[in-house]
Design a protein around this ligand. Structure first.
Ligand SMILES: Cc1ncc(C[n+]2csc(CCOP(=O)(O)OP(=O)(O)O)c2C)c(N)n1
Ligand SMILES: [Mg+2]
Length: 385
């Protein structure tokens, strides 16, 4: 290559290091929160709720339920009883830690891998199965238990703008003590919607908390392949909002961080972006084969760090859990799962015309005509008036 075509910059030289810079006009840092490390060692003074044994036992029960549910759903899929499901294996602490901070009047805006949060929020496991079995009644958020929450989106990133919209409504109505919690995957932070949402959240000081479930994978695309950022939390800087990284396998850290961020939002302190670093120990969905792209060694070392092991050790140290109590808990969860699965399997399929019920508040004429056609094909004698 001729010398003139070569870059003038030497390795490690940056634009600013080559120019006469007068001053540093902005400084940023990203902090990392952890209380219980992978060896179950307490590395920081615990927040108050972590001294409440019932609270920790409940977090453990929720995580164990979703862990066992994941295995069960995989079997149902292999038996042809369910289409697809986006597992939460390895990521249970992100769901349990975040959702346990929500109050009824808050608004939860899920993404498709929020099953743990939905469960904590009151959605039954059979409803989660119905949704993933293609039955919209599983996502029936007219239910008074969830009257403010939004349904499950499949498009990546859209929910972040919906969450910003809800937070705007809360702000315009001057509703105090109320906030929005939403979630995205790490891949979702590569979407334009993500940047638009954090931008408006910052500009309008919206009462919202965005949690990134950084499970290291966007389907088969590794986290490092899709961003040059050292952390995803630092993306908050672009929106002028606070960004913080948390050990997503430490349920105490996830809960403490979400609780603080939600309190801040409810009190007019504005938005927070929380990156919860975890690892997806299941395939992307039940129809994905991750053996073709996941390094076995990395997977095994991530499995050693998963969230239940360390919480179990803490509970054992406090003499709250032993082998027999663990077996008792597993049995109770197994019964719950079996009965929920039975309810799912016994639910008669929806009538084909029902799919139109969940699209619009009132159907446009063009779509109404399509619905009538579907109903009449199924049942020529049907009254469609
Ligand atoms: C707008 C849009 N683009 C592409 C897809 C296809 N898709 C579904 S899941 C996924 C990966 C998302 O990864 P991430 O945001 O990290 O979430 P995760 O599934 O890991 O929880 C992709 C590309 C989609 N659903 N929506
Ligand atoms: Mg991901």
């Amino acid at each position: 290559m001729p010398a003139s075509k070569k870059s003038l910059l030497k390795k490690h030289e940056t634009t600013s290091s080559l120019l006469p810079v007068a001053d540093t006009i902005a400084n940023f840092e990203i902090r990392y929160v952890q209380f219980l490390n992978a060896q179950a060692k307490i590395v920081n003074e615990l927040p108050d709720f972590a001294n409440d044994n019932d609270c920790l036992l409940e977090l453990y029960r929720v995580m164990k339920t979703l862990q066992m549910f994941d295995h069960k759903v995989l079997l149902l899929h292999r038996m042809g009883k369910i289409g697809t499901y986006t597992g939460t294996l390895g990521q249970e602490a992100v769901g349990a830690g975040t959702a346990s901070c929500l109050r009824n009047e808050d608004v939860f805006v899920p993404y498709y891998r929020s099953a743990t949060d939905l469960y904590v929020r009151g959605v039954k496991l059979h409803e989660i199965l119905l949704y993933w079995g293609g039955d919209e009644r599983g996502s029936n958020f007219d239910d008074p238990r969830l009257k403010h929450d939004l349904p499950i989106p499949i498009s990546i990133g859209t929910q972040l703008l919906h969450a910003a919209g809800v937070a705007t409504a809360i702000k315009l109505r001057k509703q105090k003590d109320r906030a929005v919690l939403t979630m995205t995957g790490d891949g979702g932070t590569s979407e334009g919607d993500f940047y638009e949402a954090i931008n408006i959240a910052g500009a309008w000081n919206l009462p919202m908390v965005i949690v990134i479930n950084n499970n290291q994978w966007a389907l088969s695309e590794s986290n490092t392949a899709q961003t040059a950022c050292q952390t995803l939390a630092q993306k908050a800087i672009a929106g002028g909002i606070e960004g913080i990284q948390v050990d997503g396998n430490d349920v105490i850290a996830v809960k403490a961080t979400t609780q603080t961020a939600l309190e801040k939002a409810r009190n007019g302190g504005g938005p927070t972006l929380i990156e919860a670093v975890t690892y997806r120990l299941c395939a992307h969905t039940t129809i994905d084969n991750m053996d073709s792209y996941v390094d076995k060694q990395k997977y095994n070392s991530a499995a050693e760090q998963e969230p239940l092991i360390r919480l179990k050790k803490l509970l054992q140290t406090r003499e709250l859990l032993d082998d027999s109590k663990e077996r008792e808990l597993e049995l109770a969860i197994k019964q719950e799962i079996e009965s929920e699965v039975e309810q799912f399997l016994q639910t008669p399929p929806p009538a084909p015309g029902d799919m139109f019920d969940y699209l619009y508040a009132s159907l446009p004429e063009r779509v109404a005509a399509q619905r009538d056609e579907v109903i009449q094909r199924e049942n020529p004698d049907a009254d469609i008036s």
